[in-house]
Design a binder for this molecule. Structure first.
Ligand code: 2P0
Length: 334
């Protein structure tokens, strides 16, 4: 009852920011993302009666009862798995990311997509990709999208039990192999406010939340899907950038404020706007953290990476492209 898998982080083109149901992890809105190729979680899980408690080790660090990661993230997820299977067997989970954890690089998305796939294999659950995306959702909302390769839509659904709330592939990576995101890592520190807590506060207090959920997101989903279909880079970039700014406007106006940007974030925002004015076509998006993801085409990616590295407060630059979904591997971490 041991299995391993890999999954990649995804970066949203239309963001998920807010739940309508915490237990089933149902979002207020749909969202659209690109699964990356190079931001990977590798996870091994083993269910065995020899474990008296669940064991959780992420990037070499062991988490215990009382840690949020252990209780509220993996603990709740394993509770869902136990309820689903009727088996109360403890598990050991070891997971490694090849990118900064919890710094707005969607580590929970990659981690829970990989974990859902490994659990499916280890317990021979026989779930298909749609069911896997629903299982991954119970660990972390954005994980529902990382199950699939390429460009992905997470459907909001209407049902109260989440039975119509899952992700589907819109296009495989081969649809737009020239698409790139150049990630400017402006800080590798853990963020102060996790997305989960920040979005909960936004739903409760942001004066812009209703307009975000009812107007902004539905329009942006349609525009982004059309731009992806036509491979219209300008419309895609403009819409995704506006969507990120609108999400951060909602977050910033939350009480207490949720401000993820640092000085490096602002530097890159302004630089991207200046480069665009000069004719270098690129757009930015920002998630629940200070990193800036610059969208561009392959021909401009190296130049943009070089320019980003010239800023003082940049810790790392990663170039990524549309990548693969979950994969089962024989490479066990223990
Ligand atoms: C997204 N984010 O669509 C948005 C943009 C952050 C900003 O999905 O509570 O870690 O585990 O469902 O999935 C981050 O939210 O939150 C996220 P939970 P999650 O990528």
């Amino acid at each position: 009852m041991k299995a391993s898998s890999t999954a990649n982080a995804n970066i949203a083109l239309v963001k998920y920011w807010g739940k309508r149901n915490k237990k089933f992890m149902l979002p207020q809105t749909g969202s659209v993302s690109m699964t990356t190729e190079d931001l990977q979680s590798h996870t091994t899980v083993e269910f065995d009666p020899k474990y008296k408690e669940d064991v959780l080790i992420v990037n070499g660090k062991e988490y215990k009862k009382g840690d949020e990661e252990y209780d509220d993230y993996v603990g709740l997820f394993l509770g869902v798995v136990r309820e689903m299977t009727g088996k109360d067997i403890k598990a050991k989970i070891v997971s490694n990311n090849n990118f900064p954890t919890a710094a707005g690089l969607a580590s929970s998305a990659a981690g829970f997509a990989a974990l859902a796939a490994a659990v499916n294999e280890a317990l021979s659950l026989g779930l298909d990709d749609k069911q896997l995306s629903m299982l991954a959702r119970r660990g972390s909302g954005s994980a529902t999208r990382s199950v699939h390769a390429g460009f992905v839509e997470w459907k909001r659904g209407e049902e109260e039990d989440g039975s119509d709330c899952y992700a589907e592939q819109l296009f495989p990576p081969e649809h737009w192999p020239e698409f790139r995101m150049v990630i400017a890592v402006t800080s590798k520190k853990d963020k102060k406010v996790k997305s989960r807590a920040g979005m909960k506060q936004s739903v409760a207090t942001s004066p812009f939340y209703k307009s975000w959920a009812e107007n902004v997101v539905p329009n942006h989903i349609e525009a982004v899907k059309k731009a992806l279909t036509e491979k219209n880079f300008k419309t895609l970039g403009e819409t995704a950038e506006l969507n990120a700014l609108a999400m951060h406007a909602v977050a910033i106006a939350t009480k207490p404020p949720v401000v993820y940007w640092n000085a490096g974030t602002m530097d890159i925002i302004h630089a991207v706007m200046d480069w665009r004015d000069e004719g270098l076509e690129c757009y930015f998006t920002i998630d629940g953290g200070p990193q800036v993801k610059v969208m561009c085409l392959e021909k401009d990616a190296e130049e943009i990476a070089k320019r980003i590295k010239e800023f003082d407060n940049i810790e790392d630059v990663i170039i990524t492209k549309p990548g693969s979904g979950i994969k089962i591997t024989d490479n066990h971490l223990f």
